[in-house]
Design a protein around this ligand. Structure first.
Ligand code: ADP
Length: 372
């Protein structure tokens, strides 16, 4: 690169700095088929080596799928005419055969003979997220439609039961209607939480509270909501933490809901509160389907639903754990998972404990003090 770029005179410093940062892929070419030079970021993107480059194996035709020929021609013409192009999206063909979505820009650095610099940014992640978001919208409409359709059926049955004067049937149908409304409420609540977390921008406030109280309140509700043994084990009385109690309760509610959803009826869910090196640790453990190692990171991403779990429970939108992770990060804590497929999972939330000197204030005053 150095020799080629040296001949570019004043452009040298500008391009070399950019070239060597390897933040984006950069390739120098003669605007025909040859790639004269490329930085490591560009080579990584398309799976080629410096040797391939030196041996002339890395050419535009090798990495550009034919489907883009017309677009590429148009862009080269634009480049020759204007000296630059409007960045556009396309895909490169990786050496191993897969397509890499990229955002491409280019500039001419020399007119005679023409020499151009191309910039390529890997946009696979963005594309994957766009796809997931589309799937998510599909899932959300499906999730909202199903209880609505069932609601309609029970409303019709209710009308018929009232007509027949069958009081028991009327009550049964009203219960079902209640169930479906409850389901819809939870779904809409999840969506509202997602929006709220994204808008909060990390501000969780400075309230001091006893995390053990928050966990106990959530477990008490969960015992009423689910027909399941939910055991609470608490190793001491006070775990004073700072932040937004409501949001942390939402984390524990989500984790218990998942523990119930991804395990068989009749199995136990255990919630534990303990401390570890200046952190309160709240863990939710189930004896359910477990999570394969390769999914353990992705489940915390937005809109992600593991395949094996989707077949076990058709409900779910893939946002619960993302919301949990964000809330804990905003509290300077974190969430981790241990799991064994077919045996169960344990999600543990780490929340920083406030120093004892400050904690004493709320122990005297009772829960809900404000730290100044
Ligand atoms: P969902 O609404 O799909 O449950 P979450 O974000 O809460 O969304 O969870 C993401 C994925 O993580 C789930 O689709 C499931 O694959 C997996 N998962 C979450 N909790 C558990 C659990 N306790 N046991 C097994 N798999 C789980």
């Amino acid at each position: 690169m150095q020799s080629t770029i040296s001949s570019l005179g004043s452009s040298e410093a500008k391009y070399r700095a950019l070239f060597e940062t390897n933040l984006i892929g950069i390739a120098l070419s003669d605007l025909d088929n040859s790639i004269i030079d490329a930085n490591d970021a560009f080579l990584d993107l398309v799976g080629y080596t410096q040797d391939d480059l030196a041996n002339g194996k890395l050419t535009w035709s090798a990495i550009s799928p034919q489907a883009y020929d017309a677009l590429d021609d148009k862009k080269v013409k634009e480049l020759l005419r204007r000296g630059t192009i409007t960045p556009f999206e396309k895909a490169y063909l990786h050496k191993d055969g897969h397509l890499v979505p990229v955002l491409v820009g280019a500039e001419t650095v020399q007119e005679n003979p023409p020499l151009g610099v191309s910039f390529a940014l890997d946009i696979s992640h963005r594309k994957k997220m766009e796809q997931r978001k589309d799937d998510f919208i599909g899932t959300v409409s499906h999730e909202l439609k199903s209880p609505l359709a069932v609601l309609k059926i029970y409303a019709d049955l209710l009308r018929a039961a009232m007509h027949d004067g069958d009081q028991d049937e009327v009550l049964r149908n009203l219960d079902e209607i209640d169930n479906q409304v409850h389901k819809l409420n939870i779904l809409i609540g999840d969506l509202t939480n997602l929006t709220r977390i994204q808008m909060d921008k990390g501000d969780v406030g400075r309230n001091l509270f006893n995390l053990a109280d928050a966990v106990a309140a959530v477990v008490k509700d969960a015992k009423l909501t689910y027909q399941r043994e939910i055991l609470l084990k608490n190793s001491r009385k006070w775990y004073v933490t700072r932040g937004n109690r409501e949001q942390l309760e939402l984390v524990f509610r989500n984790l218990i809901a998942n523990a119930v959803r991804y395990s068989a009826d009749g199995t136990r869910v255990t919630v534990r509160v303990r401390s570890e090196q200046n952190h309160a640790v709240v863990s939710v453990e189930d004896r359910g389907i477990g999570i394969p190692p390769e999914e353990r990171e992705a489940i915390f991403e937005r809109y992600y639903r593991a395949d094996h779990a989707a077949s076990f429970s058709t409900e779910g939108m893939g946002i619960g754990l993302y919301v949990c992770k964000e809330i804990l990060a905003n509290h300077k804590g974190q969430i981790v998972v241990e799991s064994s497929v077919g045996k169960g999972s344990r999600f543990s939330c780490f929340v920083p404990l406030v120093p004892e000197r400050r904690a004493r204030r709320i122990k005297h005053k009772g829960s809900g003090a404000r730290d100044s």
